[in-house]
Design a binder for this molecule. Structure first.
Ligand code: IPD
Ligand code: CA
Ligand code: CA
Length: 263
């Protein structure tokens, strides 16, 4: 049996250190580069990732990495362990000094999540979940909301950097959710969006054009908090499938009715 706590404790250490790195850059000026027309990256993203990889890579040399800035191409061994890392989720907020961003780190065994961590170093909110052990915010157990009607729900979304490519689908769903929900927000960090569903601040989240590092940690946190996470069609392919719906479970079918599922 795998001793998850040994991996979790080291991961937690690496995330807190990465948080210190992000905080330092946040208070200073930093150079901004662009990976696409509106897909920025800063030294903060890169150094946060480097630091996590160094710590976890030295401690656990046999575990693969799938991370945003330096190792997109995963060297995947079947059913092997893999760290899935977004070293700064919410880079646009970070650049604009909006304190809604996070580090997202998860350990997967193949397609199965073993644990997830999402940490906002500015607010100090540390979310985590370990498989079958529940979800926590700063050590206190959390759970999803109890609302069972989309029209009384506060829901959240995000927009992909390649919006033009997905414009029709994004616009249609946005319009439909505006009509159907009580309120709609866009925070700018998918990992935080998911954690806010997990602790009941939001009742649901949907987005398309996502990458595995945006959602790997938040998804297990939502599930361990009693929520549901699927792709737009209500299936399990949310990690690599680029579409995701997360909810408090009670309104999940109402969500996927709009995103494309038949239920
Ligand atoms: C982005 C954020 C944002 C979401 C985008 C992501 P990044 O990640 O999670 O909320 O709408 O789709 O790419 O680039 O800040 O790591
Ligand atoms: Ca991200
Ligand atoms: Ca990122």
């Amino acid at each position: 049996m795998l001793d998850i706590s040994k991996y979790f404790n080291e991961a937690k250490k690496s995330v807190f250190l990465a948080g210190k790195i992000l905080k330092k850059y946040y208070l200073e000026n930093f150079k901004i580069e662009y990976k696409g027309t509106r897909n920025p990256v800063t030294a903060a993203d890169k150094n946060s990732e480097k630091s996590i990889i160094k710590i976890l890579g030295e401690k656990f040399p046999d575990i693969d990495f799938l991370c945003e800035e330096s190792c997109e191409e995963i060297n995947r061994r079947k059913n092997g362990l893999v760290w899935i890392i977004d070293p700064l989720d919410g880079t646009v907020n970070f650049i604009h000094k909006l304190p809604i961003f996070s580090i997202s780190l998860a350990l997967y065994d193949g397609n199965k999540a073993l644990f997830g961590i999402v940490y906002n170093p500015i607010s100090g909110e540390f979310f985590h979940a370990i498989k079958n052990k529940g979800a926590y915010l700063n050590g206190k157990k959390i759970g999803v909301s109890k609302i069972n009607d989309l029209k009384h729900s506060l829901i959240v979304t995000g927009f992909p950097y390649n919006y033009e490519k997905r414009q029709k689908s994004v616009d249609e769903k946005f319009r439909e959710f505006c009509r159907s929900a009580e309120g709609l927000r866009r925070l700018g960090s998918a990992a935080i969006d998911l954690c806010y569903v997990a602790c009941g601040r939001f009742d649901a989240f949907w987005e398309e054009g996502l990458n595995p590092w945006d959602v790997a940690a938040g998804a297990i946190i939502v599930r361990e908090a009693g929520g549901n996470v699927t792709d737009f069609a209500g299936r399990n392919n949310y990690l690599f499938g680029e579409t995701l719906v997360a909810s408090n479970l009670k309104i999940h079918n109402q969500m996927i009715k709009i995103t494309g599922g038949k239920k």
